[in-house]
Write a protein that binds this ligand. Sequence first.
Ligand SMILES: *[C@@H]1O[C@H](CO)[C@@H](O)[C@H](O)[C@H]1NC(C)=O
Ligand SMILES: *[C@@H]1O[C@H](CO)[C@@H](O)[C@H](O)[C@H]1NC(C)=O
Ligand SMILES: *[C@@H]1O[C@H](CO)[C@@H](O)[C@H](O)[C@H]1NC(C)=O
Ligand SMILES: *[C@@H]1O[C@H](CO)[C@@H](O)[C@H](O)[C@H]1NC(C)=O
Length: 406
Amino acid sequence: MAPSVLVTLLSSLVLSTLTQATPSSTTDSHPLDSRAGFLHPGLLHTEADFTRIKSKVNAKTNPWYAGWNKLVAHANSGYVPSPKPTVYRGTGSPENYASLYRDAASAYANAIYWKVTGDTAYATAAATTLDAWSSTLTLIDGSSDKFLASGIYGYQLANAAEILRGYSSWTGLAAMQSMLNKVFYPMNHDFIINHNGAKIDHYWANWDLANLCTMYAVGVLSDNATMANEAVNYFKSGAGNGAINKTIWVTYTESGSSKILGQNQEAGRDQGHAMLDFALLGVLAQQAYNQGNDLFGYLSNRILAGAEYAAKYNLGFDVPYTTYVNSDVTQATISNASRGDVRPIWELIYGHYGSLKGLNASWSKQYRDLVVSNGGGAEGGGGDYGTTSGGYDQLGFGTLLYRLEA
Ligand SMILES: *[C@@H]1O[C@H](CO)[C@@H](O)[C@H](O)[C@H]1NC(C)=O
Ligand SMILES: *[C@@H]1O[C@H](CO)[C@@H](O)[C@H](O)[C@H]1NC(C)=O
Ligand SMILES: *[C@@H]1O[C@H](CO)[C@@H](O)[C@H](O)[C@H]1NC(C)=O
Ligand SMILES: *[C@@H]1O[C@H](CO)[C@@H](O)[C@H](O)[C@H]1NC(C)=O
């Protein structure tokens, strides 16, 4: 038996014990979908998660309540979407992709607001936004950056739709599934195979990872196991930098502890992109975990090793570094560009590894605390971290959505 198979078996054993005891268990609270075996809602959040979130919000308990107020600031039942037939990113006129990321963030916030409060005005607003896009968008174009758009915004729309599918008056699910299958998935598939015609090691890990997040999300939203498996198989053994042992490609034992630290493929580039890798790894692994597939645990918790390394360095500590070489660059030192980058991604990572699994994720916890404190008591969401694309790379609101322990 290959070591990786053994790791998978071991982690699924761990998973099956844990899911019986934890509040985010998905195994007994809602039915299996009979077509593909997927649980719904089952991307970033399950029904059990929403039960926990609702009880924290109703009790006005912090830090969840502070997180709720972050979301409330973005929920808007009067939101007017700006759908486009063609979205351009990188080149094209007008370069209009901000409309897509703003609208996806709005639909997600409104869908969560409805799910937590039951106020159908917000479900209607989310539906209006999702339906506007599913009935309008036919093409994503631009420079190579169009493949960032196909990766980053598809999973965001799919997550809003996955929550809203529980709203019985929403009739737009099939249209959203269809649009995501026609416009986003073919680009996700094309990119991870052909990489826009470039050498296999040319594109930084986040490009593959974003397209895997959307591929997996569209698979679950559409009850298409073939598609979800394609993403998982690539994460485990793909040829490009989004395969986990290429994204986090060297490991070290931390001096003075037995902790494993993992150097990520973008560490020598800049820390903003290094952090984006963990935003996307978190999304992919959380979506799969909620379907009973534990990518967090894969390769001996490799994502945790990478998160701990990135958090430690960005907190201002030294980490070991191995020269990174690909077809385009040789990077002999870790990059301090944008060191200390703040993104709302650490609640998800610490919530899973530290709180749920009880593993030592102390650097991630410190980073989470820094981001939470920077946000005045909670992680914010789309729009709270700048108006340009980086502020919308992740959906955020992690304190509200992923925190398991005060
Ligand atoms: C599921 O996705 C695959 C691509 O991964 C596609 O070939 C197939 O047609 C899809 N199945 C359905 C029922 O849409
Ligand atoms: C990464 O994983 C793949 C698939 O398991 C394997 O074939 C490959 O040798 C691994 N590469 C490294 C550098 O460990
Ligand atoms: C950042 O890295 C460069 C190049 O290694 C170095 O010259 C510079 O001193 C570093 N700056 C800080 C603030 O660490
Ligand atoms: C967790 O790891 C850090 C080093 O990264 C170490 O200092 C700390 O003592 C560990 N915590 C526990 C509870 O083992």
